[in-house]
Design a binder for this molecule. Structure first.
Ligand SMILES: CC(C)(COP(=O)(O)OP(=O)(O)OC[C@H]1O[C@@H](n2cnc3c(N)ncnc32)[C@H](O)[C@@H]1OP(=O)(O)O)[C@@H](O)C(=O)NCCC(=O)NCCS
Length: 248
């Protein structure tokens, strides 16, 4: 395996370096989640044992970050959290109430752009499964952000998630990687991550102009954006696809 995994609790110094050095992973609009941003800053303070860095020891370079949260999940599709927003809310509620987690949930894998496309995706998913096992959790669930969905922003996520190649594997490379590692695709969630802002903010985030109210597709958007100039508001819901890994 390339790189060694350290949690933020084990090596806060390496974690801090990775926060500073791994940049440019997300399109700008994607880092303005209404709910997710409320909790993001608390992850490495309150759940430090669940955030980790993949560090190349030889080159002394942080390669990737993994963000996870423990959660209570009953194992059913109906019992899945309400998208990634619902997941962080549920997880922190569980933490604050002293409840017992039953599963580990992935929030994000962020591979440094210079190291993407080289197979580290698999290493990071395996590291998440190991982390679940270390905490005695037998399932890892993940609301995936499918890599190629941005090429098909108008296709409903449940249709997109069902697309397969001739060999029967998922069409989307990121979903496919998880399935190759043994994951089951559980459900598509059209409203997973809510990002609202003023039309001016969205113009800044996307580099587009929105001269009138309406529905827009935009660069790297997985779905469309609703712009309401009268209300001074633009709203986007990022879709995700839930998968589950059984951890032995
Ligand atoms: C998505 C991500 C985690 C994948 O990890 P990776 O190391 O780049 O990908 P891998 O090399 O492990 O390849 C995984 C699959 O994706 C394909 N792939 C990798 N990079 C790709 C790219 N830029 N475009 C299209 N397909 C790509 C690979 O071919 C492979 O599929 P296949 O072997 O079945 O053909 C990584 O690119 C990343 O951090 N992206 C930005 C953040 C993100 O989207 N995170 C995931 C959502 S939480």
């Amino acid at each position: 395996m390339r790189g060694r995994v350290f949690t933020c609790a084990e090596r806060p110094d390496l974690w801090r370096r990775s926060v500073e050095e791994i940049t440019g992973v997300w399109p700008e609009y994607n880092v303005h989640g209404d709910v997710l941003n409320e909790y993001w800053g608390r992850l490495d303070e309150e759940l430090a044992g669940f955030q980790f860095v993949l560090h190349d020891e030889e080159a002394d370079v942080p390669l990737a970050q993994g963000h996870t949260v423990p959660c209570a999940w009953d194992g059913s599709v109906d019992g899945l959290p309400a998208g990634i927003d619902g997941l962080v809310e549920d997880s922190f509620r569980l933490l604050e109430g002293g409840g017992k987690p039953t599963a580990l949930a992935a929030l994000a894998i962020e591979i440094a752009p210079a190291h993407q496309g080289g197979g580290l995706g698999r290493t990071m998913v395996e590291a998440m499964r190991d982390l679940a096992a270390r905490h005695g959790l037998t399932e890892l669930i993940a609301p995936l952000r499918p890599t190629w969905k941005e090429r098909y922003p108008l296709t409903p996520i449940d249709r997109y998630a069902a697309w397969v190649r001739k060999d029967g594997l998922p069409f989307d490379p990121w979903i496919r990687l998880h399935v190759r590692l043994g994951a089951d695709v559980l459900a598509a969630e059209p409203r997973s991550l809510r990002i609202t802002g003023t039309p001016a903010e969205w113009e800044e985030w996307t580099g587009l102009a929105f001269p009138e109210s309406g529905t827009y597709v935009f660069p790297h958007g997985l779905a469309s954006l609703e712009v309401d100039l009268d209300a001074g508001r633009a709203e986007y819901w990022e879709p995700n696809v839930w998968v589950r890994h059984r951890v032995s």
